[in-house]
Design a binder for this molecule. Sequence first.
Ligand code: CIZ
Ligand code: SF4
Length: 319
Amino acid sequence: PGEKDALKDRIRALLAAQNAVLVAHYYTDADLQALAEETGGYVADSLEMARFGTESDAETLVVCGVRFMGETAKILNPEKRVLMPDLGATCSLDEGCPADAFRAFCDAHPDHTVVVYANTSAQVKARSDWVVTSSIALPVVEHLASEGKKILWAPDKHLGHYVERVTGADMLLWDGACVVHEEFKSFALERVRKLHPDAAVLVHPESPDEVVDQADVVGSTTQLIKAVAEMPNPEFIVATDAGIFWKMHQLAPGKKLIPAPTAGEGATCESCAHCPWMAMNALQNLERVLQTWDQEIQIDAEVRERAVMPIQRMLDFAR
Ligand code: CIZ
Ligand code: SF4
């Protein structure tokens, strides 16, 4: 503990000396989330992270999360330095949607409005009409469907299918999935629910249909956190990345939080869902990047110019 405290002190000093601010996603390590809050930074979902970056007057944004979050920060704030503890922190949705193949798919369906999830590369965003996060996907698609638009959706097929079911929109889905949420098992969840009849079931819509179907609340990370704070239930079964428990405990300390089962063997924390790329963010590489600036996001100017429009459209719509 002494060593960790010293490391945190050095990071605090580096942040202050460089007019840098930490923005951490809910799925990152509890130490990073706590440090972001203590130092005037922010802990949030990807939509709020993007918004915070634009409102901060820090010269440097240090994004603890996965690469698309750093890219979005840079696209919205080209004049700021955007650092990440490890630029290798990717996302299975981003990896599963290469820009060339995606552009060909769009070109084959020119009569569709292209809506992409924020979990994509800058190049994919640059080919889109709209970017959405899970907290805003439903109202954006509802809006487009009300104008009679047909939608090409990428990359998460589970989230896409959920949006399609709820809105009734005409949607063509790319075949991508989140390796973390896809692991939730519906049969095991039924067993855990029987063991905890008073628990509300909270599910992120990147999960498979049969898991979403068992939910009391389907929502983005921010929406699920809000549910824990506001619903009267004493217990919650939570189907999303275990990193989220830090914020849930902070806002609702008396509630019991049960991780939804991933391996089919019930709710033990060995089978907790946790994103391997979110886990690449740690205090050690955070200190290192503040000393060396060796993990800095760079975006090609032309790509940036194209990608900023659909992101800005989302931020304006969310207002
Ligand atoms: O799974 C992710 O990467 C999420 C939930 C991102 C977000 O929108 O905050
Ligand atoms: Fe991507 Fe899933 Fe990790 Fe989120 S949790 S960054 S969607 S792999």
